[in-house]
Design a protein around this ligand. Structure first.
Ligand code: C2E
Ligand code: MG
Ligand code: MG
Ligand code: MG
Length: 272
């Protein structure tokens, strides 16, 4: 839509649209540059069991932007997906997490800990994804059975057969699979039965009001029951209060992740 912007000049794009496009272009250029310069950092968020014992961490990427400071993934993962940069970024994330796992193997205090890594659909659907992961395990010396990959329900829509094949191959090397943000997507229960999963992760959206909203509690309980009957562990994300944690325990959920136990942080800051 042409808009008059004064002195008879016309602009044929909505300026806000133009701004959006140039912001996207800048973002992609910045991402590309930051990948070269290694401006990304992995933060880790603790995952606890019902005895409040640390069982592992979720790795969450942060961008140390040269001028914008620390940027959360919500602000750039989608853009990285669109321009394909999520592939090298995801590779870096996995390698960094695996180096961490490898460094713990001879430490009796830490060798039992797991790391969960988020995988984007674009990444998982790469034809040589399995080879990439196995090469990283080999290069870093990380034990596969300490690594979990977090998939999302949106990945279960397409190419389910190749997804299952890849998961099965990776599972053969000990790697576990967690279904992230569970309950927000549209995965059919028959897929759930066919996928070689290890864990369901109850979405934060059902945890926030779990104490006051019986229907959120009912959904959380249903996920726990479903997980139990499929032989999967169930973890709740976004647990912020002791009351939420207590309610989850009542509902049978015995793994927790959230600000109650710690915000995502560089490992050095969590490490004591
Ligand atoms: P997610 O995997 O569902 O991660 C959980 C998000 O909830 C994280 O946001 C975490 O910081 C936040 N969170 C954890 N506990 C609490 C809590 O108690 N309260 C609240 N309000 N929030 C909590 P974050 O780190 O900003 O990450 C957002 C999303 O970005 C992640 O959601 C994940 O989908 C994606 N992501 C993060 N790292 C990566 C990565 O390395 N690769 C890919 N492909 N995606 C990533
Ligand atoms: Mg996750
Ligand atoms: Mg999640
Ligand atoms: Mg989430």
């Amino acid at each position: 839509q042409a808009k008059k912007i004064g002195r008879g000049a016309f602009q044929f794009f909505d300026p806000t649209m133009q701004e959006l496009v140039s912001a996207r272009v800048t973002l992609e250029a910045d991402l590309r540059e930051s990948l070269k310069n290694n401006d990304f950092v992995l933060y880790y968020q603790p995952q606890m069991d019902a005895h409040d014992k640390l069982v592992g961490f979720e790795a969450l990427v942060r961008w140390h932007h040269p001028t914008r400071g620390i940027v959360a993934p919500g602000q750039f993962i989608l853009a990285a997906e669109h321009c394909g940069l999520v592939i090298p970024l995801g590779h870096w994330v996995l390698e960094t997490a695996c180096k961490q796992l490898a460094s713990w193997t001879h430490d009796p205090e830490k060798s039992h800990l797991t790391i969960s890594v988020n995988v984007s659909a674009t990444q998982f659907h790469e034809p040589n994804y399995v080879e990439q992961v196995l090469a990283i395990l080999k290069k870093t010396g990380a034990p596969g059975y300490r690594l979990k990959l977090e998939l999302t329900e949106s990945m279960l829509v397409n190419e389910i057969e190749s997804l299952i094949t890849k998961m099965t191959e990776l599972k053969g090397h000990g790697i576990g699979f967690s279904l992230d943000d569970f309950g927000t997507g549209f995965s059919s229960l028959s897929y759930l039965q066919r996928l070689p999963l290890d864990q369901l992760k109850i979405d934060q959206g059902f945890i926030t009001n779990i104490v006051t909203n019986p229907s959120d509690a009912a959904i959380a309980q249903t996920v726990v029951t479903l997980g139990n009957s499929l032989g999967l562990s169930v973890i709740a994300e976004g647990v912020e209060t002791a009351e939420q944690r207590a309610r989850l325990f009542e509902l049978g959920c015995t793994l927790y992740q959230g600000y109650l136990y710690g915000k995502p942080a560089p490992l050095e800051e969590l490490d004591h």
